[in-house]
Design a protein. Structure first.
Length: 298
């Protein structure tokens, strides 16, 4: 009887069902509500970018010269800038540029780093050695300096700025994916697939890629906030999105000294929107990490 009970206990412990991703997300946000707050902030940002035409009372470039530099009133919710343009409308349309930077970083930097990291870990040998030395070279340059060099080489523009921000982020994706892929490449099921004659593409697609996606998703979520800060930094330095596009960093660039005392709303509100976006993505990224990382779920 004692042996039967021990067997039943072992079987019960072994067959314990795994919780779904949605259940883990619910438990995480119930225990750590800041993750849910971050998700709501990200949703608000996406809704503002998608429905900008319906939310903003004016276009981003519409001017009202007689009411320039006016404070908050019934016509301009957050005041107007030096050209009489509505600050609220420009900030709402500026969310599209910020999200464009985030998506570009994930598409260019994230996908390139994902492919690079998996191939480097699985192929190994001289390919891994040479590719990682190239990664070390990229890491040797500060990300902002490297982005400035890319902008200087390719010229100004929204997509040029997005590409310039994406290139320094490739190395971050590459290193995290490679470290995860190295631990997977020596697993038994990889060796079994190789012994059956499976192609390299099949092994990478069916076995390696699904297992490296959780850490990739974590850094991709955090990459949104980093991309928004990088775009604002370049635009603040005059090397980012060119005017008259409504970039949050560009709004801060020309307003800091000249209008700090006469029209402080031109500085305060772009900073508030920028902080809101970065803070929301950081909170959401922490929640995604708690859901996807098995070491934090114990």
């Amino acid at each position: 009887m004692a042996e039967q009970q021990s067997v039943e206990l072992d079987e019960t412990t072994w067959v314990r069902p795994q919780r779904s991703v949605w259940r883990r997300a619910y438990d995480t946000w119930r225990k750590k509500p800041l993750g849910l707050v971050g998700l709501l902030m990200v949703i608000i940002l996406f809704l503002a970018a998608i429905f900008a035409e319906g939310i903003a009372p004016f276009t981003a470039l519409e001017m009202d010269a007689p009411n320039r530099l006016s404070g908050s009133n019934s016509k301009f919710i957050l005041g107007s800038d030096q050209f009489g343009r509505d600050m609220f409308s420009r900030l709402i349309f500026g969310s599209r540029i910020s999200l464009t930077m985030g998506f570009t970083v994930v598409i260019i930097g994230g996908v390139t780093g994902l492919i690079w990291g998996i191939a480097s870990a699985y192929i190994g040998g001289y390919f891994d050695l040479i590719s990682q030395r190239v990664a070390d070279t990229l890491q040797a340059f500060p990300s902002l300096i490297l982005a400035m060099a890319v902008v200087a080489a390719l010229g100004f523009g929204i997509m040029t700025t997005a590409v310039a921000i994406s290139i320094p982020r490739i190395d971050s994706f590459n290193r995290i994916v490679r470290s995860q892929a190295l631990s997977i490449a020596s697993r038994e099921y990889i060796m079994a697939a190789e012994s059956t004659g499976a192609s390299t593409f099949h092994i990478l697609r069916q076995h390696m890629l699904p297992n490296v996606m959780p850490p990739w998703l974590i850094i991709a979520t955090a990459g949104f906030g980093a991309a928004i800060v990088a775009e604002a930094s370049l635009s603040f330095l005059g090397l980012g999105v060119p005017p008259p596009h409504p970039s949050w960093g560009g709004m801060l660039s020309g307003n800091v000294q000249q209008y700090a005392e006469s029209a402080p709303h031109m500085i305060i509100w772009p900073g508030v929107f920028l902080s809101f976006a970065v803070f929301g993505f950081n909170l959401f990224g922490d929640a995604v990490r708690d859901v996807m990382d098995p070491r934090l779920r114990r």
